[in-house]
Design a protein around this ligand. Sequence first.
Ligand SMILES: C[S@@+](CC[C@H](N)C(=O)[O-])C[C@H]1O[C@@H](n2cnc3c(N)ncnc32)[C@H](O)[C@@H]1O
Ligand code: SF4
Length: 463
Amino acid sequence: MALTSPRAATLLQQYDRPGPRYTSYPTAVEFTERFDEPSYRDRLRAAAAETGEPLSLYVHLPFCEARCTYCGCMTIITRKREVADRYLDYLEREITMLAGALHGRKHVVQYHWGGGTPTYLSPAQIERLHGCVTRHFDIDPLGEIAIEVDPRVTTEEQLRLLHSLGFNRLSMGVQDLTPEVQEAIGRRQPASLTRDLYDVARTIGFQSINLDLIYGLPRQTPDTFGKTLSAVAAMRPDRVAVYSYAHVPWLRPHQKGINPAELPDRDTKFELIGSAIDTFADAGYEAIGMDHFALPEDDLALAARARRLHRNFMGYTTRRAGDMLGVGVSAIGDLHGAFAQNVKKLSTYYSSLDAGRFPIERGYALSADDLVRRYVITELMCNFYVDRAETLHRFGVAFDSYFDKELSALSAPGGPVAHGFLRMSPDSLEVTDRGRLFVRNICMQFDTYLPAHDGRPVFSRTI
Ligand SMILES: C[S@@+](CC[C@H](N)C(=O)[O-])C[C@H]1O[C@@H](n2cnc3c(N)ncnc32)[C@H](O)[C@@H]1O
Ligand code: SF4
């Protein structure tokens, strides 16, 4: 366990505050409607000029059969399968419009279907959507071609088809194997069902399989979560994500269905992630970024060791594609120095595309200052390391003078340096092993937008 001092409880109290997960900087909270469809078209024009550069492509499939009470994702709950056909009609329009605007720039090295539940689609619908994408974009077969699958609704037929289409990575939602926890989160998923689908995926030969767990869920105890961790480690997935439960009922009102009295307290939550770190270390996994573990030979571990890890809305990745396209309701793109998010409402998504407009709802054009800070925050979140010379190389900014205030705060008495969470040398900043769990707090020092949100419920808590 990383933090064993008797002062641990006080430290946890000091560091446990609302803070972003930094899948982007600035975070989506800053997105504004001032960034509109014409702004997006401008960025696409600029992106089209970079003909040879690789792309990332995220496809959002929002449908789920039922809502899990803890869910923080953008979902649409329906059992009417035919809604997916209509959605695919419009996804095809958006993909076709995007490809047209990119004038032949079409080499994709990172391709991800997320949700919602992408395997809500039938095999025929999966083929149809992938067929549309590959008519317009060249998916690099050696790239990351990934899909999120919910074992409760995924069949062997779907997995075989996905593999034959070139999908090489699966991410399975597990969360917790304990029946009492599953009952509290509205997600019945017998361990045997997860294990059986995992075995099928292994037999089919997917290159990398990830399992998602969450700590901090109602009714979780160190004992029960320990059993889930051991069972998952015994399955030997290539990667495991152990997310901190983001309890944000002001953004996701259905989370009010979770009884706050059943949520583990701060110290227990810390114990839960501590036991995940220990279990996966003992099982030969390497800790990656803030909340992932990977077998040493997995690409993610190789990239982390070489300090080549990146992070975007899809999570940690080994690929740096300068521009990321997002298609589907609520999808976020990151294009030529700007974020652009699609509308969240299905009817507006359809009416925008009917009118020949990209369905952009809001976005954010990054300033020069945002770009430097984004670089520093991303390096810390991914590689726990910032080379001070790099900001001069990349942005013409002398690190020490530019971040004088931030560096003073980090090295002040009672701050991360004093607590042994961050090591500063003349050349670099390095998050220590003890400090990894507090990396969000360290990044928050470089975030100029946070003070404006002080006292308002915006972000989940860092622990
Ligand atoms: C879109 S969901 C997964 C795909 C699929 N729908 C499923 O549930 O299996 C992606 C992952 O986000 C994580 N997640 C969802 N809501 C969360 C929350 N409130 N806090 C932390 N992680 C969350 C879960 O681990 C989940 O597996
Ligand atoms: S966790 Fe997955 S299945 Fe459950 S509601 Fe969220 S997206 Fe849907």
